[in-house]
Design a protein around this ligand. Structure first.
Ligand SMILES: [Zn+2]
Length: 138
């Protein structure tokens, strides 16, 4: 697995990143929701807006495969897989920022995909949300 903060390869199950010191445990435990609240939890404190970016280039191979699959009318798998990975990465980076701020959840999460276009094949996925401190409702 990779540290969501600095991209360093870290051992599976490691609790802290050896390079930047990010708490990987905290990042894993952060709850993420696209809704403004999490059922069963009460927002104790709003910390602020957090974002995570993930720029991608599809690369020649991806483009080639996507071309073939388009011809055969299938799903453009190479493309969707790459987007899926980029979305996960953007979310992980957003969670890492929230964890660094002492949040334990991110609510109102929105994922945006922008294609830089002009044939550059660069896609930027942005995850935005509100970092909050939540506690279970009693
Ligand atoms: Zn790190």
């Amino acid at each position: 697995m990779k540290c969501p903060v600095c991209d360093t390869e870290v051992d599976e199950g490691a609790r802290f990143c050896p390079r930047c010191g990010a708490s990987l445990e905290d990042v894993k435990n952060i709850m993420v929701s696209t809704t403004p609240t999490i059922p069963g939890y009460r927002i104790k404190k709003v910390i602020g807006i957090v974002t995570g970016l993930s720029p991608r280039t599809r690369g020649m191979l991806g483009r080639f495969i996507a071309g073939i699959e388009t011809i055969f009318g299938g799903e453009i798998r190479a493309f969707t897989t790459e987007i899926e990975k980029a979305r996960m990465e953007a979310l992980e980076r957003m969670k890492a920022k929230a964890a660094a701020l002492g949040a334990n959840a991110v609510v109102g999460v929105d994922l945006e995909t922008s294609d830089l276009g002009l044939g550059a094949g660069i896609i930027v996925i942005t995850a935005t949300g509100t970092a909050v401190m939540v506690e279970p409702e009693t």
